[in-house]
Design a protein around this ligand. Structure first.
Ligand SMILES: NC(=O)c1ccc[n+]([C@@H]2O[C@H](COP(=O)([O-])OP(=O)(O)OC[C@H]3O[C@@H](n4cnc5c(N)ncnc54)[C@H](OP(=O)(O)O)[C@@H]3O)[C@@H](O)[C@H]2O)c1
Length: 346
């Protein structure tokens, strides 16, 4: 089941789940604010219009209803994707888990282990401490074993996914000069902000423009620090808004703890992601870009090293709605239900 079906991440989930041989969509739900009555999801997303042939999909797979937790039972739902705002997810998760359902939450509601961090970074008090403690951070490349058994998966943020994948091999193997700090310069397409219109996301404001925002305050910072074991003082993350619909490019600047060469760096990354079917490590001399990952579920990584062998730049690209949201959530579903990791994603 998909809650938040009328949103951008919801649309992406439905698209992937419809082609997934092991999944059947049991329910689609949204806030019910704009429509109190059930409506065909194609009224919200034209791309989800079914084929003209007779006997197509069943009504529950294509009609969207207002979110009603009483309608969700383990008799016809195994897993619910919450592609909803953070506070909605926080409010819903406990009731769903109590009912015996498994949950993958695409919001930030269960990503941070410290409930006390929520007021500062998310602007609300967290009241689901038990669920927060239980939640598994859904970065499949780092947490596949725990995800397989999880009842509640906190799907990572889109920027966070691009930065953590870029830095994890270095951070986990002690290659970072932590004193020197890390600088992450990230750029995202506008769909990363969701579907709700706003002045700052208005076409004339975004088109032919590039804007930095959220300096030192972006809410993906704490989950990056948590996953990488880094301190806030040595970590600078600056997101930018690009005049494109989807995609993220992160350029990450680090100083290494010791001198090395590109062959060693390449081996480190290839070994680290050898088990991960959706991470592509680029050969020397080529760097990831947004176009090759847009509309895919891949994360692409590449790097360049300076002549001293100490200054490394890692470039990371992914689709914010694919690997950065719905694709990654379906990866977790695949692990939780014993499907091949990349099923329906390549
Ligand atoms: N966009 C991305 O690239 C991206 C990437 C990673 C994670 N995420 C996260 O995924 C979640 C969804 O993001 P999005 O971009 O798809 O947002 P969106 O386009 O704004 O869609 C939000 C969805 O949540 C529903 N909703 C809002 N308030 C609700 C309520 N009180 N009860 C039930 N449903 C409610 C909306 O329904 P109505 O249409 O009826 O209002 C809509 O279906 C967010 O938590 C976001 O942070 C997004």
């Amino acid at each position: 089941m998909v809650a938040g079906a009328t949103g951008y991440a919801g649309r992406e989930l439905i698209t992937i789940l419809r082609r997934h041989p092991g999944a059947r969509i049991a329910r689609l739900m949204s806030s019910g604010r704009s429509a109190k009555e059930p409506f065909p999801i194609e009224h919200s997303h034209a791309s989800l219009r079914g084929p003209a042939r007779r006997g197509g999909m069943e009504r529950h797979e294509t009609w969207c209803t207002p979110l009603d937790l009483d309608e969700v039972t383990p008799s016809d739902v195994d897993l619910i994707f919450l592609a909803t705002p953070h506070e909605t997810s926080e409010n819903c998760a406990a009731a769903l888990l109590d009912r015996g359902l498994r949950v993958i939450d695409l919001s930030g509601a269960f990503r941070l282990k410290d409930a006390g961090a929520y007021p500062r970074w998310y602007g609300f008090e967290h009241h689901a401490g038990k669920e927060l403690a239980e939640a598994v951070y859904g970065l499949t490349e780092l947490n596949a074993v725990a995800i397989r058994e999880a009842r509640l998966v906190a799907n990572p943020g889109c920027y966070a996914t691009s930065v953590i994948l870029a830095l994890a091999p270095l951070a986990r193997h002690g290659w970072l000069d932590r004193e020197a700090g890390v600088v992450c310069d990230s750029k995202s397409g506008v769909s990363g902000a969701g579907r709700a219109p706003s002045d700052k996301l208005h076409f004339p404001e975004v088109n032919e423009n590039c804007r930095a925002y959220g300096l030192f305050t972006h809410r993906h910072v704490p989950e990056m620090l948590q996953a990488l074991g880094l301190e806030e003082e040595g970590f600078t993350f600056t997101p930018h808004l690009l005049p494109i619909t989807r995609g993220i490019l992160s350029t990450v600047y680090v100083r290494l703890a010791r001198q090395t060469n590109l062959d060693e760096i390449a081996s480190l990354y290839r070994d680290f992601y050898a088990h991960a079917p959706l991470v592509r490590v680029y050969p020397e001399g080529s760097l990831p870009e947004i176009q090759p990952v847009a509309h895919t579920n891949y994360a692409d990584l590449g790097f360049a090293l300076d002549r001293t062998g100490r200054r490394l730049v890692v470039v990371s690209a992914l689709d914010n709605l694919g690997k950065g949201a719905a694709g990654q959530a379906v990866e977790s579903m695949n692990l939780m239900f014993g499907f091949p990791w990349e099923m329906a994603l390549v």
